[in-house]
Design a protein around this ligand. Structure first.
Ligand code: NAP
Length: 241
């Protein structure tokens, strides 16, 4: 039988890749989003949780929560709105999905750990979020951390041809413009392809993965300058032809 999956935030950077990936792998995918795209089957605004119609979740096996205000700056500067979306609306959605016996995958962040402590973070490292963004992700994790049908994936920086930094840097290369690269900015990095495979494996082996929290973080800190070097060596020769 085909598994049914709802992706909330199907138009996010990750959702736009996850949707075709899961469809290709035989899942029946329903896309929920605030904006319209070829992947949108139903509109949803997490800022207005009181008026969200979630009847479509009745028949879902899995609900993947990719929607969020993911800009840490916005979470600092527009706290109330972001709290409404990232905590209240998201928690309402997850609660409703669990009530309907769906298995929920929530995209959290390694921002829940706070400052770099000099050794790699593991799922057992105590959380100590510093930013509002990290605190909001942590609040959602804590609300559902004991539910057997809830798993949070703690993502680090998801690297892909389509991520914001790579697209910015490629456009600078293409237009022969000098790129403005913030340094030092070191992040653990995970490739999008590895994240997509992780989601698939998680759905296939849900029962055998005991932990409610799964780190999907690279094991090495990489700076934006390192990333620019990787992009240079991969794409610059073609762009300069
Ligand atoms: N990308 C990363 O490196 C990374 C790292 C750590 C964690 N994460 C987490 O992974 C998830 C996906 O990340 P991403 O980079 O793909 O996100 P993104 O590109 O910033 O997209 C976020 C999505 O959230 C949706 N959204 C915003 N406000 C909403 C609202 N009021 N109601 C419903 N939907 C709303 C937007 O929908 P519309 O487009 O329809 O407006 C948007 O597509 C996020 O939760 C993020 O925090 C990502």
């Amino acid at each position: 039988m085909m598994n049914k999956v709802a992706i909330v935030g199907c138009n996010s950077f990750i959702g736009m890749q996850l949707t075709p990936f899961l469809k290709f792998n035989g899942y029946e995918v329903t896309g929920l989003s605030k904006s319209k795209s070829e992947y949108t089957d139903q509109f949803i605004d997490l800022a207005k949780s009181e008026s969200i119609n979630l009847d479509c979740l009745n028949e879902m096996d899995y609900v993947i929560v990719a929607a969020a205000i993911s800009s840490p700056d916005k979470c600092e500067n527009q706290f109330e709105l972001c709290y409404k979306i990232n905590v209240q609306g998201t928690s309402f959605l997850i609660h409703e999905a669990l009530k309907r016996k769906c298995k929920v995958i929530f995209f959290s962040s390694d921002a829940v750990y706070g400052d770099d402590i000099g050794i790699p973070f593991t799922e057992n490292t105590p959380t100590n979020p510093i930013s509002n963004y990290g605190k909001m992700k942590n609040l959602v994790e804590m609300s559902f951390g004991n539910e057997k049908n809830f798993k949070a994936l703690r993502l680090s920086y998801v690297f892909s041809y389509y991520d914001k930094f790579t697209q910015y840097y490629l456009s600078c290369l293409k237009n022969r413009e000098k790129a403005q690269i913030f340094h030092p900015l070191y992040r653990n990095v995970i490739c999008l392809a590895d994240l997509l495979q992780t989601v698939k494996v998680l759905m296939e082996r849900w029962e055998s993965i005991q932990s409610n929290i799964v780190n999907v973080c690279g094991d090495e800190l990489i700076s934006r300058v390192n990333l620019a070097d990787i992009i240079n060596s991969t794409f610059a020769p073609q762009l300069c032809e």
